[in-house]
Design a protein around this ligand. Sequence first.
Ligand SMILES: [Zn+2]
Ligand SMILES: [Zn+2]
Ligand SMILES: [Zn+2]
Length: 315
Amino acid sequence: MHMLTVRINDFLLARLLREGSDLQDINHPEGRRKVAYLEAWISIIGNLVLALLKFIFGIILNSIALLADAVHTASDVLTSFMVLLGFKLSSIPPDEKHPYGHGRIEFIATLIIALMLIGVGIKFGLESFARLRTHIVVEGSLGIALFMVLAGLLKELMSRISIDLGNRIKAPALLADAWHHRTDALASILVAVAILASKYGYYKVDAVLGLVVSVLIIYTGIEIFIDASSKIIGESNAEDVAKISNLACSVEGVVAAHDINVHNYGGNKAISLHIEVEDNLSMEMAHDVAHEVENLINKNMYASTTVHVDKVKKK
Ligand SMILES: [Zn+2]
Ligand SMILES: [Zn+2]
Ligand SMILES: [Zn+2]
């Protein structure tokens, strides 16, 4: 399934990023936003199609459980709409009150989606616990079980597409949405397990598995919540720092760089650093070098950079 996922995403991204020259790069805030929208729309359309299928088969197979599940699947578009909304609002240009733009709204949206995921996990856990304590026979035909497995596989594919896209643009919001898909995939497959197990007299298998799954979901939700919180607080990124240092030192006249700070605003970055130049350099030359460093970093990292110049003794 992994190769299929990567192929689907490569295909879609090639199509998505074709027009518009500066939107080729998914690290560009614009390109990044497009990828997030893609994930959200795949999820929304996928869920609506799946809900419709469940509704149709619910009627054909005469299953109330399937009809109820169709309603749940339709309501799942909510988290994906949160992704759309979060990335839409984060694209609002800078204003007087928010000179660094609104990119961090993405992280707030991530917090909300993570909370929704934790909520789904708790609900799933409570339902599983209730099933563990009461004796309910899950009625269902082999046809329903088979359909639920197929629905689960489709949703797992959606989950993997979202995870891959989320990793490509480093957006935890997409990962949280993906894990919601995975929850539903596992829930669907557990329904099939319950139907089959009930036929052989095992009534609690799905409840036990459901509890395990719910713990996994809650754990993942908390992890994503902490990750987004850390980004709001402001975290250092060794990868970015190394890249900035290399870019700065590639400019002629720069001996070294230190005190590199990166403020991540979702897509945009505000960067500050000190460069060391030899002390025989004139004020004018040093200023030119500083500007060259700023421009180079701005261009490569879609950032707004400020450079401070330190003079070091020529060896
Ligand atoms: Zn759901
Ligand atoms: Zn310094
Ligand atoms: Zn200047």
